[in-house]
Design a protein around this ligand. Structure first.
Ligand code: ADP
Length: 474
């Protein structure tokens, strides 16, 4: 099959979170299964762009409302990521350092989607499937089916839409309707949700199949989907949950170049201790205490707002028996509090406010526990990385966390689970982690060993997507 993934992120070219990891890994695994796999993302000004060789494969022009824009499509020459990588360059709009966060993000991703459809409509053949990821590509299923500029060539191409996060929907007001290339005006309802143009809602209606990244999350969307609950109920017949995997070549403690000491199951204790020593030295923490870390976007979905209070309470209530390290960026208020706490709890707590791929790997390797108190977690990758590095996940039972982690209080359980995203539940779970680490070494060692044997590679899920595409063949 010829499969085209379209996304705003793809690791290692451009990554903000899990979307980047998935679009960097799933296509590689699908290519290994013998398919022709292409990934198309915007051309941002990232390091990857400057450090690699590109060839120009197409140039074209289209309109964004009254504004004509020129675009070009470039391809990475050596196929170094294991699939064909294409970047769409739109001068002045996409070629910026950051991926998101500009006032004209609506225009940027709208132009990206139009350019993508335009380029594809010029191909001499049709691909077998267009696989769109999240709302930045959510108007593509509508455009290929209904926009006159593209539907003659593309209406028959199956589209699959994967929801990595339904909190963000790409809403825009109807006064931007003229950005969308011409279509039968009575079809406007396929774009609308609550009097706004809603790309996520449009994709759920127009894509041939819809997937989310875990089964539990798919179930949760029926009662909690940031306003789209009814739509998920209507469209449940074409919706599937396919759990994300991890790229076990990149996330491998035996070969990871970011960490000081590589290790496998057999030497997990010594290996982790060396990495922990380095980490504790760098952040002024005590190597003999259990080290609990948080890695992620500092936003409400991740319950990052609870971290300052939960960590302070845990330090007080458990008499400083655990150490904490936080890596993340996001809500300025949370960033400020975490920064302030460094002085207040020096020796017990530290934080790195910002984004650091290398530090994240060092933390998965050096920590004893990884905390994820998420309010919403479609799949979650951090807990899967933690498992692979022998770091015990402490998770709230929600979404993909619920599907991948069991509690050590249950038979053969290998993690720590709690029910509420609350200071009380987090503090209580920290107490359980300390007790496990200090008083139950046999059980703790068994858990650490066991979690490193769990297979969360993409093999199975990549196959499930292929089966889904196959089902769309006429
Ligand atoms: P989400 O996509 O909702 O942010 P996921 O758990 O699916 O959450 O994926 C998060 C990914 O982003 C992981 O690879 C994690 O290590 C990485 N990550 C998040 N924040 C940071 C950060 N500040 N520095 C480095 N990596 C980060």
């Amino acid at each position: 099959m010829e499969i085209i993934h379209v996304s705003a992120e793809c690791y290692p070219v451009a990554k903000v979170g899990g979307l980047g990891d998935v679009v960097g890994a799933l296509p590689k695994y699908q290519a290994e299964l013998g398919h022709v796999v292409k990934v198309v993302i915007p051309m941002y000004r990232t390091r990857f762009l400057y450090e690699n060789q590109w060839e120009l494969v197409h140039e074209g022009g289209q309109n964004l409302g009254p504004h004509w824009f020129h675009y070009s499509v470039i391809k990475e020459k050596t196929n170094k990521l294991g699939f064909d990588l294409y970047l769409i360059d739109i001068n002045g709009l996409l070629d910026r350092e950051k991926i998101y966060g500009y006032d004209d993000d609506t225009e940027r991703f709208m132009a990206f989607q139009i350019a993508f459809c335009d380029w594809l409509s010029k191909w001499s053949h049709r691909p077998d499937v267009i696989h769109c990821h999240d709302h930045h590509t959510g108007l593509i299923p509508f455009m290929v089916k209904y926009c006159y500029a593209f539907n003659q060539q593309l209406a028959e191409v199956p589209t699959v839409f994967t929801i990595h996060n339904a909190q963000y929907q790409g809403w825009m007001s109807w006064d931007k309707y003229y950005y969308i290339p011409a279509y039968d005006s009575w079809k406007w309802g396929l774009l609308d949700w609550n009097h706004m143009i809603n790309p996520l809602a449009s994709a759920i209606r127009c894509a041939w199949k819809v997937t989310t990244v875990s089964n539990s999350y798919l179930g949760e969307l029926h009662y909690s989907a940031n306003g789209l609950e009814k739509l998920f109920e209507y469209e449940k017949g074409k919706s599937y949950g396919i759990l994300n995997g991890i790229d076990t070549k990149i996330w491998n403690p035996q070969t990871d170049n970011y960490i000081l000491k590589n290790y496998d199951r057999g030497m997990v204790e010594q290996g982790k201790r060396k990495n922990k020593k380095e980490l504790c030295g760098q952040f002024d923490l005590d190597i003999d205490k259990p080290l609990i870390v948080f890695i992620g976007r500092l936003v409400g979905e991740k319950a990052a707002d609870l971290l300052p209070e939960a960590i302070s309470q845990s330090i007080y209530q458990h008499h400083g028996k655990a150490n904490f390290l936080v890596l993340g960026s996001g809500d300025p208020n949370v960033e400020h509090q975490l920064d302030h706490m460094k002085k207040q709890f020096g020796g017990y707590f530290n934080s790195y406010i910002g984004y650091s791929e290398s530090l994240s790997h060092q933390m998965y390797a050096g920590a004893d526990f990884l905390l994820m108190p998420s309010r919403v977690e479609p799949c979650g990758l951090n807990q899967l990385y933690a498992l692979r590095y022998g770091t015990v996940p402490m998770v709230r039972s929600v979404g993909g966390l619920q599907d991948t982690i069991t509690d050590f209080g249950d038979p053969n359980g290998f993690g720590i689970r709690f029910n509420q995203p609350s200071v009380g539940d987090i503090t209580y779970s920290v107490g359980r982690a300390i007790d496990l680490y200090q008083n139950k070494p046999e059980q703790y060692n068994w858990m650490r060993d066991h979690i490193m044997t769990l297979d969360h590679s993409w093999d199975k899920s990549a196959m499930q997507y292929i089966q889904l595409y196959e089902s769309l063949k006429k």
